[in-house]
Write a protein that binds this ligand. Structure first.
Ligand code: UDP
Length: 369
């Protein structure tokens, strides 16, 4: 019996390997990077001592008890609530859009019911089933808030007009008619005390799992019983039908004394500010004390062949190409495609873990049958 190969040591690969190893199957996890944990990798910045999210901010939140229990098995999560601010037109507002944002923006003192009625009076209530990002915004927040908080940011983040983007992107964000400025609605939220990488390392720490870093799938010579591939779906096929579009990110680091911005995430909604947001990493670990600080200015652009893919664009053209690759993937016997890159979906960490648990369970059930 051969080993199972997991390509990619992010949450997908690590969780599936763990589940299979616990069922007695030997696994090899490979990753071409020099660290596990994929894009949620965290590391200490040598100059400031701050725990840095090297590939951008990752906040763990979930409504799935199974996933929450799972990650808590492998490391300690500290209480953390993501409270995002946005700088727009020379003022700082609270996100997600809530009663404070609405009252501040319109110079009002609305109650929740008054704010709801007011927003509904501006919103395009005739849009019954919003398809695009813009329709979703006009239907739920109206033109003024859309223009201020979503239009410019989205242009920068996605590089195109929100009329071309699916409504699902905006549906990620709540709209609240109370003063709750928790960015997420989920009952579980937290930050790993020592970062994500030790959690993934703990998941991989099993006698039946070998983890090999700086190892490319293309260079493997071993024959495997099965492969779980969390690399880019189109890369598996040598991009022979073309490339699935992604947005990539550039991070510009700056170090300073003290406190740079007073919060973990400050968005910049104005289109003429070239970055989308600034993350100040020490505020992701408020239980630690640091005199120095490090921030990342985050710039989004189209992903080139040598860049790191972050956000699948998933427009109509990409969906057509995706379907073609998916059809070919379905014909393959010995490989399962998983994760954000392997399934070309905008997945959060908790969803990724839930799907990885499902994939492992389905695989084990098939083998037992
Ligand atoms: N968004 C926006 N303004 C903001 C924050 C978000 O227009 O201040 C839009 C933007 O299109 C973004 C989407 O909402 O891609 C989802 O935001 P989220 O914060 O979930 O993005 P992530 O943290 O995953 O980059």
């Amino acid at each position: 019996m051969g080993r199972i190969c997991l390509v990619g040591a992010g949450f997908s690969g690590a969780v599936i390997a763990r589940q299979l190893a616990e069922a007695g199957l030997p696994c090899l996890v490979i990753d071409e990077r020099d660290h596990p944990a994929g894009n949620c990798h965290t590391e200490r910045d040598a100059q400031t001592g701050v725990l840095v999210h090297r590939y951008g901010p990752h906040i763990f939140h979930t409504g799935d008890d199974r996933v929450w229990d799972y990650v808590n098995r492998f490391g300690e999560f500290m209480p953390f609530v993501n409270r995002v601010k946005t700088t727009v037109g020379g003022s700082v507002y609270l996100l997600p859009v809530n009663l404070h944002t609405i009252n501040q923006f319109f110079g009002k003192t609305f109650s929740p019911a008054e704010a709801r009625a007011f927003i509904e009076s501006r919103a395009s209530m005739d849009i019954e089933d919003p398809q695009s990002f813009e329709e979703q915004a006009l239907r739920f927040v109206g033109p003024e808030l859309y223009k201020a908080f979503f239009h410019g940011y989205t242009l920068k983040q996605w590089g195109m007009e929100p009329t071309r983007l699916p409504a699902s992107i905006l549906k990620r964000l709540p709209l609240r008619f109370n003063y709750d400025d928790n960015y997420f609605n989920h009952p579980h939220q937290g930050m790993p005390r020592h970062g994500y990488t030790p959690i993934v390392e703990a998941i991989l720490d099993h006698p039946l799992i070998e983890t090999r870093l700086k190892a490319r799938w293309e260079d493997q010579t071993e024959t495997f019983d099965h492969v779980f591939y969390s690399g880019p779906l189109d890369r598996w096929f040598g991009y022979d039908l073309g490339r699935l579009g992604y947005r990539t990110l550039d991070f510009e680091a700056e170090r300073a004394e003290g406190d740079f911005q007073g919060c973990a995430v400050m968005n910049y909604g104005d289109p003429d500010v070239p970055f989308t947001r600034i993350s100040e990493h020490k505020h992701f670990a408020p239980w630690e004390e640091h005199d120095k600080t490090i921030v990342f200015r985050e710039y989004s652009r189209l992903c080139g062949a040598d860049d790191i893919p972050y956000y699948p664009i998933r427009l109509l053209d990409e969906k057509k190409l995706l379907t073609q690759y998916e059809e070919r993937a379905a014909e393959l016997d010995g490989v399962t495609f998983v994760g954000r890159l392997g399934t070309y979906q905008y997945l959060d960490m908790d969803v990724t873990i839930g799907l990885a648990l499902d994939a492992a369970e389905a695989f084990l059930a098939r083998r037992a049958a």
